[in-house]
Design a protein around this ligand. Structure first.
Ligand SMILES: [Zn+2]
Ligand SMILES: [Zn+2]
Length: 293
């Protein structure tokens, strides 16, 4: 039996699936992009996903890393790739090595330290772009983007054979565009999103919003997390097709959270903002967002 009961939100381009409760566990995957953001307690369902993009070292996001790697080895998978902030690589190596000694079997791992501004190839046209987040030392977020080649406007009217001939002459007839598909912020305080085009134009934005009640504002600020008032304010800067909220506190129940959320955001956003842990997505995972509305 699978280790986790996961939420699943089927969207036009891909599914977003996972589990996320503040302080307990956060792991969010986009299986079609072969990416798992944070690893939580390593759900069985995500062991075969080849890339883990770790945002920071807090236990609720990173505890399962050795289990994920060990289980992959056991199942005959390659070690896959774990991207993590550079400052976490040495402690991660120590933990994985320690678990290998406890377990009696060395755990193969491919850990890559990343810094804001880095871009890492996941597939030939798919890249993970790294940016910093205001949460804890070294914490990062990731945008998974597709790079597409486009013909430069001045060559668009030329015939196929002429274009081939130009290419053979070494003329650079194409340019690249970045198409941001999904951004995962991990844990974060409010961010300045002006000019952060990859984040604000991602088709899907996965963001935390931990606190909802008025008297929880101090908690949000103290832990570098988002309060619903921060989230609502940031909407002005965002152009995403869907926003998925993770990392809700257990201090506020789901019914209350949904009520406060609906009140806080403008009408235009109501159908585009989803709580990952909404009962709809946990109970009836095959239901699509379009069907629901
Ligand atoms: Zn957390
Ligand atoms: Zn955290």
């Amino acid at each position: 039996m699978a280790s986790h009961r996961l939420a699943k939100i089927p969207l036009k381009y891909f599914d977003v699936t996972g589990y996320s409760v503040a302080g307990e566990e956060t792991v969010v995957a986009v299986p079609q992009l072969d990416c798992c953001f944070d690893i939580g307690k390593a759900p069985d369902q995500f062991i075969a996903i080849n890339h883990v993009l770790l945002t920071h070292g807090h236990m609720d996001h990173a505890a399962g890393i050795a289990y994920y790697l060990s289980h992959r080895n056991f199942d005959g998978h390659t070690p896959g790739t774990v991207l993590a902030p550079k400052i976490l690589i040495s402690p991660l190596e120590q933990i994985i090595e320690g678990w290998g000694r406890l377990d009696g079997n060395r755990i193969p791992a491919n850990l890559i330290g990343v810094e804001p501004g880095d871009e890492f190839a996941i597939k030939p046209n798919l890249f993970a772009h790294v940016f910093s987040t205001p949460h804890c030392r070294g914490s990062v977020g990731f945008t998974v983007l597709e790079k597409r080649k486009k013909l430069k406007p001045e060559y668009r009217k030329l015939s196929g054979p002429k274009l081939v001939a130009l290419k053979k002459q070494g003329v650079d007839i194409e340019f690249h565009i970045n198409l941001p598909l999904v951004t995962y912020l991990g844990d974060t305080g409010p961010m300045d999103l002006k000019g952060a085009d990859l984040i604000s134009h991602s088709k899907v934005l996965i963001t935390e919003c931990t606190f909802y009640e008025e008297d929880h504002k101090d908690r949000a600020e103290a832990g570098n997390h988002m309060h619903i008032s921060d989230f609502a304010r940031q909407l002005d800067e965002l152009n995403n097709e869907h926003i998925i909220i993770t990392h809700g506190t257990q201090r506020t129940n789901l019914t209350q959270t949904k009520k406060i959320l609906a009140k806080a955001i403008p009408q235009a956003w109501q159908d585009k903002v989803h709580l990952l842990m909404d009962r709809e997505y946990l109970k009836r995972p095959s239901l699509t967002v379009e069907e629901k509305t």
